[in-house]
Design a protein around this ligand. Structure first.
Ligand code: ADP
Ligand code: MG
Length: 298
């Protein structure tokens, strides 16, 4: 069945994005996520229309990584729901690419760069289907876009942090996503990788890909993202950076960690209040038809 029909039939009225927003690509409705009964995110709602680019900001432990993991189904919801193209998580999972926070990945895994990026194609392949010519071409093209094609046969654990990050970005690109989630993509990487990521964000915008990143760099969020979601366990503000990153909101989110707030020059003390990241959190998404049909629609 063509996806258009599926969406037209199944999309509940409540998902209508309203005038001026275009078709909603990602709807998060009142989600609560808890660890051992303790909520890390409470009653969190937002909507990203197609092609939107937004930054999630908040202090360490605010729930940014929790949000991203919930968005790809790695964590169960206590309450609320998440819809991709108006459908529940799962139906469109291969349309959603996820770059985990570096600290959440086991980089010692002995696998080549090419293999990692090829994993991005798995959601598009049928059961037991091997990657074909187009898949292999896409893998190399994605690597080339991140300036990594020369390292295709190297083992991922031999690369620098920035190079590893670019390989993971290439993997996400090979997935041909409609929604691209990047958890702290600028953390602990070199300047060149920051710039390469920025250039990638611009290309994704031109292609109409919806992008959500998390960062604790308020300057970067203010300068490079038209929309900012400020959170600390709950959503404190959501809108244009200039409106969201006001002193009152920042004080609510960062409390005493906020050092300076001078127009757009915002410095935040990130030394305290952190937490240990826990283990390897990786995953390749499955499900083919929904994305293919959606592609045809683009
Ligand atoms: P951020 O990414 O904004 O730094 P996280 O989403 O990683 O924040 O963490 C939010 C809160 O949830 C923190 O208090 C953290 O300690 C807690 N937390 C994160 N992962 C786990 C886990 N696996 N088990 C228990 N608590 C966790
Ligand atoms: Mg995090």
């Amino acid at each position: 069945m063509p996806l258009n029909d599926t969406i037209a039939i199944k999309k509940p009225k409540a998902q209508d994005p309203g005038p001026g927003l275009g078709e909603a690509r990602l709807d998060v409705e009142g989600i609560t996520v808890a660890y051992e009964g303790r909520p890390a995110l409470r009653d969190f709602s937002f909507r990203l229309p197609r092609g939107a680019r937004a930054a999630v900001v908040g202090p360490n432990g605010a729930g940014k990584s929790t949000l991203f993991k919930a968005l790809v189904g790695l964590l169960p919801l206590e309450k609320g729901r998440i819809l991709v193209h108006g459908l529940p998580l799962g139906a469109h999972q291969d349309c959603v690419a996820y770059l985990p926070q570096r600290e959440n990945v086991d980089w010692n895994f002995p696998v080549t760069v090419r293999d990692v990026v090829t994993m991005g194609r798995f959601g598009h392949l049928g059961w037991l289907e091997r990657p074909g010519k187009r898949d292999r071409a896409l893998v190399m093209d994605s690597l080339a876009q991140m300036g990594m094609e020369a390292l295709a046969d190297r083992s991922i654990n031999e690369l620098s942090g920035g190079q590893q990050q670019r390989v993971f970005l290439a993997r996400a690109l090979a997935q041909e996503p409609h929604i691209f989630l990047m958890d702290e993509p600028f953390n602990g990487v070199d300047r060149g990788t920051v710039e390469a990521t920025m250039a990638l964000l611009d290309r994704l915008k031109r292609d109409g890909v919806t992008v959500l990143i998390s960062t604790h760099d308020l300057n970067l969020a203010a300068e490079r993202f038209e929309r900012v979601l400020l959170l600390n366990k709950e959503l404190i503000a959501d809108g244009p950076a200039a409106e969201v990153l006001r002193e009152g909101n920042l004080a609510k989110a960062f409390g005493s960690a906020l050092l300076v707030s001078e127009g757009r020059r915002l410095l935040v003390d990130e030394c305290c209040g952190g937490h240990e990241d826990r283990g390897h959190e990786e995953r390749v998404h499955g499900g083919k038809e929904a994305c293919d049909d959606e592609e045809a629609r683009r």
